[in-house]
Design a protein around this ligand. Structure first.
Ligand SMILES: Cc1cc2nc3c(=O)[nH]c(=O)nc-3n(C[C@H](O)[C@H](O)[C@H](O)COP(=O)(O)OP(=O)(O)OC[C@H]3O[C@@H](n4cnc5c(N)ncnc54)[C@H](O)[C@@H]3O)c2cc1C
Length: 115
């Protein structure tokens, strides 16, 4: 049985990890990716041209849903991780509890303004 690797965050960094694992060690993990947005992985940097009407959202997609399916990666979208229990190796999302053997935290960051 393969270890369950959960990637918290379906963004640029998280999906780079998944892409690399799928290329280098495609049979080593059972992978689940969790993202709180309702969409597949896209290039955030291109959001300005989307808002400006110069590109469509589809043109920003880096990994369409078929990519996850073809690489046997389970994608959970529109699901927020609400807590992580590192001792039990479990986490709660807005929809379920999941256990994991390996956890990658790739939930991005928010800028903290200086006072
Ligand atoms: C309009 C715009 C233009 C930009 N331009 C540039 C640029 O020119 N150059 C540059 O270097 N950078 C740019 N950036 C910044 C760049 O997009 C970020 O640095 C990069 O996306 C960070 O990647 P990340 O994977 O760490 O985080 P993100 O891409 O933010 O991904 C984080 C993921 O985690 C998910 N997540 C967060 N919390 C939870 C939770 N509790 N449960 C489940 N999922 C969760 C999010 O939904 C998201 O899928 C730009 C950003 C924007 C918005």
């Amino acid at each position: 049985m393969k270890p369950h690797l959960v990637v918290a965050g379906n963004g640029m960094a998280g999906m780079r990890v998944v892409e690399t694992l799928c290329r280098l060690v495609p049979d080593n993990f059972h992978i689940t990716v969790i993202g709180r947005e309702p969409r597949e992985n896209y290039n955030r940097i291109l959001l300005s041209p989307v808002l400006g009407g110069e590109k469509t959202f589809d043109q920003t997609v880096l990994h369409p849903r078929e990519w996850y399916r073809d690489h046997h990666v389970r994608l959970l979208t529109d699901e927020t991780i609400t807590s992580i229990d590192a001792g039990r190796r479990t986490l709660m999302t807005s929809a379920r509890e999941l256990s994991w053997q390996q956890l990658v935290l790739a939930t991005g960051a928010r800028p903290v303004p200086d006072r």
